[in-house]
Design a protein around this ligand. Structure first.
Ligand code: URA
Length: 243
């Protein structure tokens, strides 16, 4: 809610300040700032079909094939292999870095604190979490949440490539430096890469900050909000807003 009342006699700078404050407050409330024009597209939202599509079958078969992976040391320390989850026919895919403790325990991506924020971010642009697909660069939790080692990424990344191949998304949103830099094979930082149209093998990529960065520093939420508004615009352009 706006604390400072807007009235016609306010100067432009007062109005701008009030609008900034309004946006900041909405963001701090946790991405519940829902714009009418970003409501979930008709026809896609609602009950998720229980009928298995070809991509659903192919993804399930692939999951069964790789879930017992022991190619790196994380196979020995994990509780669960975190394949990823969502709508197998999703046109929009989010990619994070690696499962944390909650994800390892439940075998699902982004279910801890940063996952709750990611869900709000997804909802803020008019999707339900189960309408998109959520993946990670690596599928097993590094002990004590340390950064994945290059060797672990090297062993695991072919799984991500295959998942993208099976999902055939129109647009990918990478979350944070490690996932953006790994997918795009670049050393360029997220601050330079975020919020614009990038490319991975003909699939558009939009990078933004990781939700855990927003939890550490809430000021990042303003940039994430800008980035995901752009993501939604690009989604509509690529998929048609009625998809
Ligand atoms: N952070 C990630 O990058 N991925 C998860 O699944 C959870 C937290």
């Amino acid at each position: 809610m706006l604390k400072q009342k807007r009235n016609p006699s306010n100067s432009i700078s007062e109005v701008v300040k009030a609008l900034q404050e309004e946006a900041k407050q909405s963001l701090e409330e946790g991405f519940v700032y829902f714009r009418e024009d970003l409501k979930a597209p008709k026809g896609k939202a609602g009950a998720v079909s229980t009928l298995k599509t070809n991509s659903s079958k192919a993804l399930e078969a692939y999951k069964d094939k790789i879930r017992g992976c022991m190619k790196c040391g994380l196979g020995k320390t994990r509780q669960n292999f975190v394949f990823g989850e969502g709508d197998p026919d999703a046109k929009l895919v989010f990619i994070g870095e690696a499962p944390g403790a909650d994800e390892d325990e439940q075998g699902k991506p982004f279910v801890g604190r940063s996952g709750q924020l990611l869900t709000k971010i997804i909802e803020s642009i008019g999707f339900k979490r189960e309408e998109v697909f959520i993946l990670n660069i690596i599928k097993c939790r590094p002990p004590n949440n340390r950064q994945p080692e290059p060797e672990e990424i090297e062993k695991c990344i072919p799984y991500l490539y295959e998942q993208i191949k099976l999902l055939k998304p129109k647009i990918i949103c990478t979350l944070g430096n490690p996932s953006t830099q790994t997918l795009l094979n670049t050393k360029e930082g997220i601050t330079k890469l975020r919020g614009r149209a990038l490319d991975w093998n003909g699939i558009e990529v939009v990078a933004t900050f990781h939700p855990s960065a927003c939890l550490r520093n809430p000021a990042y939420k303003v940039d994430v909000w800008k980035d995901v508004k752009f993501l939604r615009k690009e989604y509509d352009r690529l998929c048609g807003s009625s998809n």
